[in-house]
Design a protein around this ligand. Structure first.
Ligand SMILES: Nc1ncnc2c1ncn2[C@@H]1O[C@H](COP(=O)(O)OP(=O)(O)O)[C@@H](O)[C@H]1O
Ligand SMILES: [Mg+2]
Length: 205
């Protein structure tokens, strides 16, 4: 058993070539709430991973779900987190990869899938392919607000993590997004609206 990541929520390890995402107990939550959250997120992640694949978005294959143990087994993606690759990429490669990322986000939204944590740490680049992972905070929704929020999470990630390439990344991402999602324009508008509202409340706050 080889641990591959220890996040805030889960420990991920390799077991017989398969990735196990084990959501561990959090002692700062009440036991009932903790149990409920770990079950819901495990279930949700399994369901959304399967839906994402059906929507044409590369993602790990769900192999098993154990709701008692809060364990999700999925196929191992040989690759690297996009967040760690950005700084070493040529402009041309950035354009290609982020256009693809936007296209995948558009495919999700077109199918009513909200990722919930759309960041470059949740995108794995494997050769030329980009896989999306970490759907535990996602949902199925057709609302503009949900999709706009998804986009804003991505934008905030790019602003804070990849600020030296912000424009190139956002332009590429949104062009891919427009390519695969008919309601891209409205959704982008909504993202900007949510951002303005956020600023307004921050200033009042
Ligand atoms: N199917 C997978 N194949 C390969 N690596 C994975 C896979 N799933 C997760 N990882 C690795 O584990 C890390 C954490 O997984 P993730 O699902 O994002 O959990 P967290 O909620 O802790 O962020 C990822 O950033 C990635 O490096
Ligand atoms: Mg993650």
């Amino acid at each position: 058993m080889e641990v591959i990541a220890r996040g805030a929520e889960a420990v991920l390890y390799l077991s017989d070539g398969v990735v196990v995402k084990h959501r561990i107990r959090k002692s700062y939550r009440s036991p009932e709430l903790d149990e409920m959250l770990r079950t819901t997120r495990t279930k949700r992640e399994a369901r959304l991973l399967a839906l994402a694949k059906r929507a044409g978005v590369p993602a790990p294959v769900v192999l098993d779900v154990d709701l008692e143990e809060k364990k999700l087994c999925m196929s191992f993606i040989r690759g690297e987190k996009l967040s760690r690759l950005v700084d070493g990429m040529e402009e041309e490669e950035l354009v290609r990869v982020f256009t693809l990322a936007g296209e995948l986000a558009g495919r999700l939204h077109r199918s009513g899938i909200i990722h919930g944590d759309l960041t470059t740490a949740n995108m794995l680049l494997s050769g030329k392919r980009l896989h999306l992972i970490d759907f535990g905070l996602g949902e199925v929704s057709r609302s503009l607000e949900a999709a706009g929020t998804d986009l804003l999470v991505f934008r905030k990630c790019v602003r804070s993590t990849h600020f030296n390439h912000e424009e190139l990344i956002m332009d590429s991402f949104l062009s891919g997004y427009r390519r695969s999602f008919e309601q891209a324009e409205q959704t982008i508008e909504r993202m900007l609206g949510i951002e303005r509202r956020g600023r307004y409340f921050e200033h009042r706050g």
